[in-house]
Design a protein around this ligand. Structure first.
Ligand code: B12
Ligand code: SF4
Length: 550
């Protein structure tokens, strides 16, 4: 529920002068389309902080700012679009069609619509047909854009390298005022990553790593702690989740942030996203454990070395270390290890995928993956351009298909039926692949291995181990084909006024296709196709590599 601005101080648990009376209304929508292709909502703790940062950068003396998360609040009610002057939209690649749909509804209601994020960054000129203004790169272009809007000189494209972090205060009161209370304190201490995994959007969109200064971070921490409501878990047991793309990229900065969190009297624990090679450094892991680290989300992705090589994931290719032993060591120090696991349906049969999962399940000290997905050729990544050039992408591949659950390639290592049968079971009925009892036994072994009497740590380990089971309940079976081009579309695609013109239907409501009927680039994409192969060296250069650096 959104609280009007006079309730701000109370909602934030703060005192002080009342905020100035707002003159105009601005809205930031973090769009979201669900894997289950329905209109459910969830209060899952992994909420985006993109909208929070955008909202914090909007001039509050001119605007009353509201934040809507489509995952947390549910799909935005398009009957309620009136009354906003300026609307910012953000979303991941599979959400881009939702950004276009909302642009139609808000523009029709008279708002100026601004969009940013992955697709806007890679294909800005293409995106200008849907939005009044398109932002390339980081959130830091927002103040200049708002100033231009107020002076009636909005530009079609704003560019700001995501690595150029400006100085601004993140106002976590915006979460509280917008009724968003995730279980954890979601923060960011850096942006980007120096590695170049070929399936990832980071190398192209950020192209390096940049840190926030410690002042900035310390103020954001105080803001989120102050904004937590009394009688909530996050007030009672403040856990900070660092959503940095790669928290471990800059070791000195990581240690500074860890020390700040360790020494903070209110923070009881923290978690972060790191690369797998960090787990090899046992002295570092012991140090982080002593600095209140409760959980590391490590970029394991797969135990299939061929696959890791194919995607240039060389930080995972050390032969000197055994990742399972590294994970067991970290957990023995009390740090729960989480990871996502990616299947490559172009090279792995359904049977091989199932064997990989069962091998993980059999190891008593190895956690189960928190997320499972099939490889998604995210538009603009090195693998995407390679697949496109070689004609390996599915015909009529849509942005909507890039959700990590859909087979997006034309060449498969197994029959389509066998792969779909496995994915349907793994995503929707995981207990038919791995028994719940086995996971329960594994959870108990890990808790014993951790040697901790802290029930919060037990909870973290248990919920991570069972996440796939819990997730599958939240995304019940639907009539999905799991095949790009034919899979079910969400109901939002059909929600438009009866008087929608044929041109607007195509512009705002037809799904965006990346490939044509033959698997070649869609017409709009052709000007963007790079002339040279995107990653000519990957397959050979890292073979046998024992290096952990980027
Ligand atoms: C929280 C999160 C989620 C959440 C919430 C998703 C959401 N709606 O944002 C959940 C759990 C739902 C999720 C799911 C998925 N995620 Co996710 N997720 C993240 C995570 C950890 C944090 C996102 C975040 O808030 N970042 C901080 C903000 C400030 O940065 P940002 O969103 O990257 O935006 C930057 C720019 O793009 C730009 N920007 C973005 N929007 C706008 C708008 C305007 C107006 C402006 C000016 C600028 C701007 O500014 C920012 C930098 O300053 C990131 C990793 C990361 N640390 O970023 C991955 C990440 C975004 N996810 C990713 C992936 C692959 C997925 C999945 C496909 C995973 C899967 N295989 O199942 C699914 C897809 C979901 C779907 N709709 O189907 C990829 C990229 C995806 C993409 N670009 O499409 C990332 C980058 C991880 C990675 N390295 O692979 N995810
Ligand atoms: S290490 Fe992670 S964030 Fe960095 S390029 Fe690879 S997948 Fe992307």
């Amino acid at each position: 529920m959104y609280l009007p601005s006079r309730d701000v101080a109370a909602a934030c648990g703060r005192t002080g002068a009342a905020p100035p009376q707002p003159r105009r209304r601005a809205l930031v929508v973090c769009t979201h389309l669900r894997p289950s292709r329905d209109k459910r909502r969830s209060t899952y703790y992994m909420q985006p902080i993109t909208g929070l940062h955008i909202g914090s950068l909007i001039d509050r003396s001119a605007f009353d700012v509201r934040l809507h998360h489509e995952d947390w609040h549910g799909p935005f009610d398009t009957a309620a679009c009136a009354g906003y002057e300026l609307v910012f939209l953000t979303g991941l690649q599979p959400d881009f069609d939702r950004m276009r749909q909302l642009a139609y509804h808000f523009r029709r209601a008279g708002a100026t619509v601004v969009a940013g994020g992955s697709i806007c960054t890679v294909f800005p000129a293409f995106c200008t047909q849907f939005f009044d203004s398109v932002c390339v790169g980081g959130v830091d272009s927002v103040p200049a854009l708002v100033a231009d809007f107020l002076q009636d000189r909005l530009q079609p494209i704003y560019r700001q390298a995501a690595r150029d972090i400006s100085r601004y205060d993140v106002d976590y009161g915006l979460f509280a005022r917008s009724g968003i209370q995730p279980m954890l304190h979601l923060m960011e201490a850096s942006r980007g990553c120096s590695f170049k995994c070929s399936f990832c959007v980071m190398p192209g969109e950020v192209g390096g790593h940049a840190t926030y200064d410690m002042d900035h971070f310390a103020r954001a921490l105080e803001s989120t702690l102050a904004a937590s409501k009394p009688w909530t878990f996050r007030r009672w047991y403040p856990l900070v989740m660092l959503l940095d793309n790669n928290f471990s990229d800059n070791a000195a900065h990581m240690l500074r942030v860890a020390r700040h969190l360790a020494e903070h009297p209110r923070v009881l624990g923290w978690a972060a996203l790191v690369t797998q090679n960090v787990l090899q450094d046992r002295a570092l892991i012991s140090h982080l454990a002593a600095a209140k680290c409760h959980l590391l989300f490590a970029g394991v992705e797969s135990l299939d070395r061929e696959m890791l090589r194919r995607y240039n994931k060389k930080q995972n290719l050390s032969r000197r270390h055994d990742v399972m032993a590294d994970i067991a060591f970290a957990e023995s120090k009390g740090i729960a290890i989480c990871y996502g696991y990616i299947f490559d349906h172009r090279h792995q049969s359904a049977r091989e995928m199932e064997q990989q999962i069962q091998a993980l399940a059999r190891n008593p000290l190895m956690p189960m993956p928190v997320y499972l997905s099939v490889i998604a050729p995210l538009a603009g990544t090195a693998s995407f351009w390679d697949d496109l050039r070689m004609g390996h992408l599915s015909p009529r591949l849509r942005l909507r298909d890039l959700d990590g659950e859909t087979l997006c390639h034309s060449r498969l290592a197994d029959s389509e039926e066998a792969l779909i049968d496995f994915l349907e079971r793994m995503f929707r009925r995981p207990w038919t692949v791995v028994s719940r009892w086995r996971i329960l036994a594994k959870t108990l072994r890990r808790i014993v291995n951790a040697g901790s009497f802290n029930p919060v740590r037990w909870y973290v380990m248990t919920s991570a181990n069972f996440h796939c089971f819990i997730w599958s309940h939240q995304t019940p079976p639907s009539r999905r084909t799991y095949r790009a081009g034919t899979d079910l579309l969400d109901p939002q695609y059909a929600e438009h006024p009866d008087d929608l013109s044929p041109e607007d239907r195509v512009r705002y409501f037809e799904p965006i296709e990346l490939t044509d009927a033959d698997g070649g680039p869609a017409e709009w994409l052709r000007p963007y196709v790079p002339a040279q192969p995107a990653q000519p060296v990957v397959r050979l250069a890292v073979a046998g590599s024992d290096e952990a650096g980027p």
